[in-house]
Structures are given as C-alpha cells and as structure tokens.
Design a protein around this ligand. Structure first.
Ligand SMILES: *[C@@H]1O[C@H](CO)[C@@H](O)[C@H](O)[C@H]1NC(C)=O
Ligand SMILES: *[C@@H]1O[C@H](CO)[C@@H](O)[C@H](O)[C@H]1NC(C)=O
Ligand SMILES: *[C@@H]1O[C@H](CO)[C@@H](O)[C@H](O)[C@H]1NC(C)=O
Length: 340
C-alpha cells in the first residue's frame, strides 16, 4: 500500500470515536457472551437480522443466563417461572411479544411467532401459552430444583422481599393472602437492590446494510406478584428498532423503567443526531430525575455502527458490562461503562 494512503488510513482510524467498529454489529446487555457469538454466527452464515436476534436470545434462554433469562429462574409468589420476550423488526416496525408466558421455554421464539403468525403485537398469560402450543412449541415445566429451592427459602424467610404495599397483613411480616388496607401509606419497603433480580438479555443486531432488529428475553423479577409483566416485552421500553436510525434495549427495574420508554427515547434522540452514548445517558437521566435510586442500564447503537451504553449508579452497581461483536475482532468483546 502506498505510504500516503497507509498514513491517511491510520489518520482516519485514529479519528474514529472509540465506540465505533462498522457494520455488521451485534450488541447485548451484560456479559452474555455466547448469545453474542450465536447472533453473530447466525448473521454471518446468511441468517437474517431476525434470525440472529432470535437465536442469540434463545442461546441465553437455554443457558439460563444469570438465572434471569429462561426457565428455572425468578419464581413468582406461587413459585412459578413465567417469561417475557419481544422482537422488533426495524425495517417494517413490526413487533411480536409475550408477557407472563407459562410452560414454554422458548419465549423469544413465541414472540417471533406472534409477529409473524398473527396481526397482534403482544399476547399474555395462559392464552399466550395455548397460542404457543398450537404453533408447535413444547409445553414443559419451567420449574427446576434451583427455582424450587429459591422459592422454599423465600417462603421460609417470611416471603421477603416482596412487591406488596398498602395491604394487610403487613407485607414485611407476613406472607398473605393480602387484602387492600384501609389507609394508603407511604411505601415502607426497605430499598433492596438485587442486581441479579432484574437481568434481561437485550440485544441489537444491525447487518451490513444497516437494517436493525432489537429484542429481549427475561424471566422477570424474582418473587413478583403473579401476572406481573415487566418492561421487556413492551415496545419502546424493553427494546426499540428503526432501520432509519438504530436500536436500543434496556435492562433493570422494569416496573420503573417501562414508564419512561427509555429505548424509544434513545432511538428518537439518535434520530436527531445524538450519538449513542449520549442518547443512552439521557434516557437514564430522565428516569433518574424521578427515581434517583432505580437500578437499570440501556444500550444504544446507530446504523453506522456507533454504539454506547449508560447505567444509573447505585450502591453495588457502579459499572455495567455489555458485549459487542463487530469486524474489529474475531471474538465478542466485553465492554463496560461507568454508571452516571
Ligand atoms: C432434583 O431433586 C430431586 C430430589 O429432590 C433429584 O432426584 C433430582 O435428581 C434433582 N434434579 C436435578 C436436575 O438435580
Ligand atoms: C440486511 O437485512 C435486510 C432485511 O432486513 C436484507 O434485505 C439485506 O439484504 C440484509 N443485508 C445484508 C448485507 O445481508
Ligand atoms: C453513530 O455513532 C457514532 C459514534 O458515536 C458517530 O460517530 C456517528 O456519527 C453516528 N452516526 C450517525 C448516522 O449519527
């Protein structure tokens, strides 16, 4: 290569921001490395962005990433594991999602079936499970010895922690059954941050031509009230994709985060020219204004391959790991951001 073009190539590369590596790009929350690899390989062996997204998240589901994705984790108040997932196609703005899915392990697969085999966006609960069974997904018990053990310990520990407030008997001392209490009081609950009670795989896949898919899969919050659906299957909250702009995905305290549609906000900011890191930070700051101690993080990526992440700093959570796979390396790379 002529020296001059070599030098200009070096100059060009050194001018690029650190969080840039071109397309294609796979990025996902946490250090869920095998999911990243599976998505990348799917894309590079001719799979579509949706195939890559689905298989990447499915990898985490079968590995039970962190115990918070897939079967056998986060038993609810009755001891049952239920799943939330969504997939979004940024080309067509189609979304498929499931909430409170019972008995079916492959939540992201069912989400895709909702997108491709119905005109609906979100199916929930027992009816979603029946839909899944009709579509050929196997019905299995999602309980494992581990989730049973977690549940038993929780029962023996007086059902602590739990998500009840303004009920009698007092949720801090009793397991219920609960009824509404006469007087609404300020929430008494001790601030309890268990960062592994809320982990979700959120993933963004962008192929070489800049087409974007985003999605999530999780088993939700440990000891949740049965019927609880978090942010993960809500478009704009758990994830969002628009092939004209990029994508975003969130993880953390979904009950709080879903009220702010952080993934939608981040994508809209990128649409107006904000870089991915700043877009993620602004989405986190918006929530922080109202809930200074919420636990959560957002990842963002744009259609030129720029990416970033942000998280809210709380005791026990000062930096957030995420995985990136692009042409810069032959393996997925774990990155981390300091929380703000
Ligand atoms: C679960 O526990 C039962 C007995 O309590 C045992 O027979 C079984 O092998 C355990 N399963 C696994 C996967 O460890
Ligand atoms: C990227 O995905 C779109 C569909 O979402 C497809 O039409 C296009 O061919 C893909 N590009 C590459 C380079 O595979
Ligand atoms: C995407 O993000 C990168 C990294 O911040 C930035 O340099 C680039 O300009 C962004 N692309 C677009 C189209 O905004």
């Amino acid at each position: 290569m002529p020296v001059i073009s070599f030098l200009s190539a070096v100059l060009f590369l050194s001018l690029l921001p650190p969080c840039w590596g071109g397309l294609p790009l796979v990025i996902n929350t946490w250090s869920f490395k095998d999911a990243t690899t599976t998505a990348w390989k799917t894309l590079n062996s001719g799979g579509s962005i949706l195939d890559a997204l689905e298989r990447g998240c499915a990898q985490c589901q079968s590995e039970q990433c962190d115990g918070s994705v897939g079967y056998g984790g986060s038993p609810d108040e009755k001891g049952e594991t239920t799943l939330d997932a969504m997939i979004m196609n940024g080309d067509t703005m189609e979304v498929g999602a499931v909430g409170d899915l019972r008995r079916i392990k492959d939540a992201i697969g069912v989400a895709r079936a909702v997108m491709e085999r119905t005109k609906h966006t979100l199916l929930v609960g027992e009816s979603a499970s029946i839909f899944a069974e009709n579509m050929g997904f196997a019905a299995e018990d999602l309980t494992t010895n581990k989730s049973l053990d977690m549940f038993t310990k929780w029962l023996n520990g007086n059902c602590q922690p739990n998500y009840r407030q303004n009920v009698s008997p007092d949720p801090l001392t009793s397991c219920g059954p609960y009824k509404p209490s006469a007087v609404l009081q300020q929430r008494r609950s001790v601030q309890h941050i268990d960062i592994h009670a809320h982990d979700t795989i959120g993933m963004i896949v962008i192929n070489q031509t800049g087409n974007v898919a985003a999605g999530t899969s999780t088993n939700g919050a440990k000891h949740k009230v049965p019927g609880r659906v978090g942010d993960s299957p809500i478009a704009g909250a758990g994830a969002y994709a628009d092939s004209a702009v990029g994508g975003a995905a969130a993880t953390g305290d979904g009950d709080v985060m879903m009220r702010f549609l952080p993934s939608y906000l981040a994508v809209e900011l990128m649409r107006t020219g904000t870089d991915p890191t700043t877009a993620c930070q602004t989405a986190i700051k918006r929530i922080k204004q109202h809930f200074p101690h919420f636990f959560g993080a957002v990842i963002c990526a744009n259609t030129t391959g720029g990416y970033g992440a942000a998280c809210n700093k709380v005791p026990g959570f000062s930096s957030f790991p995420f995985m990136v796979y692009n042409l810069q390396s032959t393996d997925p790379v774990q990155r981390a951001v300091d929380c703000i």
